[in-house]
Design a protein. Structure first.
Length: 365
């Protein structure tokens, strides 16, 4: 089988990573890089020794596939052009900003019979792939994701930039439809929400609480997954996976808890040594982006759907939009005006301060 000729569109941080790693993917060859900025093109040409283009459309005749690592607001246009030309596409997350655009791209890929993969790279994190093998009966999820201000991806807020990682992971745990979304968020230093939290309920009963911030002094990429017969804690950054499994007597509820808690202060150690067995799993070190690229090439070569296909990408965009819609409708005060809703809400003066000022004005009069 001939090598898959791949172009990388976008020569920024992620684009350079993809371009470098493609050299390690069997059956793939980097043949072009495109970026509208001359400095980025010059740097890519020096680093990778391939033709560079200001307009990505100029490289279409010589490629079979492309990795889109351009700004998010350009994903839809670029992906549609490539897919319509019969090219296989791996597009960085999120697939698009708007749900209608995401659904359209998925439909085009299906009609053209080409691979559309979305770069939700945490699906390939060894901690998450190990969790999937455990087949946890998921009932409840807590997720926290935080970073310092990135200075990039400013065309979207933290929901589309960071939270969507966890939204995709949670969606991969269930086929059930979303029943309700309640969310809030605040714009701190950008034009979009910089921190946000959401409570998501699914029709199957699964509940997820998700928090994200890109104005945090400390990074965090953690998730807790609770099921009927145990729970797991993931640190995506380490990566690490810890699992707590109840013993058979706990599952059957055939032990007397009151009889075992004569010394409540000392019971915690006994609980986790006898009743709730805690285990930290050994994980094989992996490069998640490299695994993602391998997955893409295998999908193109075999016709098997990639781990994160266009439908999954569109599903994540739809849920992210529902979170953003809830964020925009969040009223921060009783009887809030339009200006007192959403991430850019005006600050209403505290009632106490207002009352003091009224009394002061009366005394002055």
């Amino acid at each position: 089988m001939s090598e898959l000729r791949i172009a990388v569109i976008g020569a920024g941080h992620l684009g350079r990573i993809h371009s470098k790693l493609l050299g390690q993917v069997d059956g793939a060859k980097l043949v072009a890089v495109s970026d509208p900025f001359e400095a980025a093109r010059k740097n890519a040409e020096e680093l990778f020794g391939v033709p560079v283009y200001a307009d990505y459309r100029d490289c279409l005749p010589g490629i079979d596939a492309a990795v889109i690592a351009a700004p998010t607001d350009m994903h839809s246009e670029i992906a549609q052009t490539l897919l319509s030309a019969g090219k296989h596409v791996l597009v960085e997350k999120p697939l698009t900003i708007e749900r209608d655009d995401a659904n359209r791209l998925s439909a085009i890929a299906n009609a053209k019979k080409v691979t559309l993969q979305v770069g939700h790279v945490e699906r390939f994190n060894p901690a998450f792939t190990a969790l999937e093998k455990l087949a946890v009966d998921v009932k409840y999820v807590e997720a926290v994701r935080a970073s310092s201000f990135p200075g990039r991806c400013l065309d979207v807020g933290v929901v589309m930039d960071l939270m969507i990682h966890d939204l995709d992971l949670i969606l991969s745990m269930t086929d059930a439809n979303v029943k309700s979304v309640s969310a809030s968020g605040l714009a701190v230093i950008s034009d979009h929400e910089d921190l946000a939290e959401a409570r998501i309920e699914f029709e199957c009963g699964l509940v997820a609480n998700v928090k994200a911030s890109r104005v945090s002094p400390e990074p965090a990429r953690q998730m807790q997954v609770f099921g009927s017969h145990g729970f797991a804690e993931i640190d995506f950054g380490a990566p690490a996976l810890s699992v707590v499994r109840p013993c058979d007597s706990v599952v059957r509820r055939d032990f007397d808890l009151s009889a075992e808690t004569d010394n409540p202060l000392g019971y915690s150690g006994q609980l986790f040594s006898e009743r709730l067995r805690c285990e930290k799993l050994e994980l094989e070190p992996r490069n998640a982006i490299l695994d993602e690229l391998h997955d893409f090439v295998i999908s193109v070569q075999t016709g098997i759907a990639p781990t994160v296909d266009g439908f999954a990408g569109a599903r994540a965009v739809d849920l992210a939009q529902r979170v953003l819609e809830s964020v925009s409708q969040r009223a921060w005060y009783p009887n809030a005006t339009t200006q007192e809703m959403g991430p850019h809400a005006a600050v209403r003066e505290r009632i106490e301060a207002s009352s003091r000022r009224i009394h002061q004005d009366r005394r002055a009069a």
